[in-house]
Design a protein around this ligand. Structure first.
Ligand SMILES: [Zn+2]
Length: 449
């Protein structure tokens, strides 16, 4: 891959053009630059003329796009997803966040990994196949959300549209996993992690009321102290750890590539579940999150003035619910851990963990998962394809009511540093890695039967 003088592949130029349009999502609709979203939709049409000519487009919500590419048959329709919005820019970047610069073998900018790389990758694959006059074996739908980053409703509305048309997808592929390099200590092979479920999300507000008053005459155990005690109690009472089934399968697949002493442990993860789960919780926050429901106290407030005792003290707790737990069991745990009736617990939002999508194991083969896994092996021969539990939330959870197989995977190689750049600064995607991703989407469509 050369830079500067010689010509970049056309797919790269298309991604650059779309990265340069700042489609930033905000929870407050008034802050959203709708002109940028309009420009993005127009630019997409310019960059992918054949796709826009041949596929039927339904506009969803404000700027959501649902494309339909009729296949030779329609009994096993497939949905490829991505989103066109991005999170706001923060931190200081080596290359401006909306520059789309190509430097050091990478395309730089907000959205390269999350999630315009996938969006452009899907469109380029479709455009190329249309040029070759391919008709997919099955109906293909492209569902591009416009408000994923703010938990918007575009994906739900796309699902409603599909439901109305009687479409029950065979499987859905959305962002989530990746070809993850240096994901597990001691394992030198990249892992093609395919999310088969995602953790649930719940936010609760802890609140303690009191009399307030002057700071010169404080009473014992005022609202702030009581709240602090509740927080430390919660912090000291993590939920029990366990090894969910997809993680057992992930370990089994990684075992042959693990350092010798670890191999039997990982290969027998199913039997050693409880011991391994405890080990994971001891290895650090990232691995602990793989094994249990987590609590993070995020917001804190008390009195507005230094010399005034708080009448109300409150703390927001963001909870990620593990497969196997529910918002109800988690709430019961929080109540018991705090053990204080004077601490009010209000549920602000609650989304249960998403249903588990089927995957292949030693004993079972799932055709859809196999298709994704073999396409990973074909395009990324060094990678080990494996199911996993996703920690973050994606738009694809909206598809669970109409589809049993929701897979979360973006076909791009990502280092640890790249994964950390998502929602942070210096987000970038390798040029060759982007082109491999385009090839992955193309192969996936070609392999449909
Ligand atoms: Zn995303």
């Amino acid at each position: 891959m050369t830079e500067g003088g010689s010509e970049l592949p056309r797919a790269v130029a298309k991604l650059q053009a779309l990265i340069r349009i700042p489609t930033v999502s905000y929870r407050e609709p008034g802050r959203v630059d709708t002109a940028a979203f309009d420009a993005f939709v127009d630019e997409l049409a310019r960059q992918f003329p054949l796709l826009h000519e041949r596929l039927e487009l339904t506009r969803v919500h404000t700027h959501g796009l649902l494309f339909h590419w009729p296949g030779a048959r329609s009994e096993r329709p497939v949905v490829l997803m991505a989103h066109l919005d991005v999170v706001p820019v923060e931190g200081s970047w080596q290359h401006d966040a909306f520059s789309g610069d190509v430097a050091d073998g990478s395309i730089w900018g907000r959205g390269t990994l999350d999630d315009k790389g996938s969006l452009v990758g899907i469109c380029e694959a479709v455009e190329t196949l249309l040029e070759r006059e391919l008709t997919p074996a099955q109906d293909l739908w492209l569902s591009f959300g416009c408000d994923e980053e703010v938990f918007g409703t575009a994906a739900e509305r796309a699902v409603a549209e599909l439901e109305q048309r009687g479409v029950r997808p065979w499987f859905v592929v959305d962002e989530g996993g990746a070809i993850a390099h240096d994901a597990f200590p001691g394992i030198d092979r990249p892992v093609g992690v395919v999310g088969v479920t995602e953790k649930g999300i719940m936010s609760v507000l802890l609140r303690v009321e009191g009399r307030g008053g002057h700071a010169s005459t404080p009473a014992r155990m005022g609202p702030t102290a009581r709240l602090a005690r509740a927080i430390t109690r919660l912090d000291r009472s993590p939920m029990p750890a366990s090894l969910p089934a997809p993680t057992v399968e992930l370990f089994r697949r990684l075992a042959p590539h693990a350092p010798l002493p670890l191999r039997p442990l990982m290969a027998n993860a199913g039997r050693l579940g409880p011991a391994l789960a405890r080990l994971l919780t001891a290895l650090g926050p990232e691995s602990a999150a793989m094994a249990r429901t987590t609590f993070a106290v995020t917001t804190l407030s008390g009195s507005p003035a230094l010399n005034v005792i708080a009448q109300t003290a409150s703390a927001g707790v963001n909870i990620r619910i593990m497969l196997g737990d529910t918002s109800q069991t988690v709430l019961a745990h929080v109540r018991k851990a705090i053990g204080d009736d004077r601490v009010g617990i209000e549920v602000v939002e609650a989304y249960e963990p998403s249903p588990l999508s089927p995957y292949s194991t030693v004993d079972t083969v799932d055709d859809a998962f196999e298709l994704i896994a073999t396409t990973i092996s074909e395009v990324f021969p060094d990678a080990v394809p494996a199911p996993y539990v996703m920690m973050a939330a994606t738009d694809s959870r909206s598809f669970s009511p109409i589809c049993d197989r929701v897979y979360r995977f973006a076909p791009f190689r990502m280092t640890k540093a790249q994964r950390e750049a998502i929602h942070s600064y210096d987000e970038h995607l390798g040029v060759d890695d982007f082109l491999d991703g385009v090839r992955w989407y193309q192969r996936l469509i070609e392999r449909l039967t």
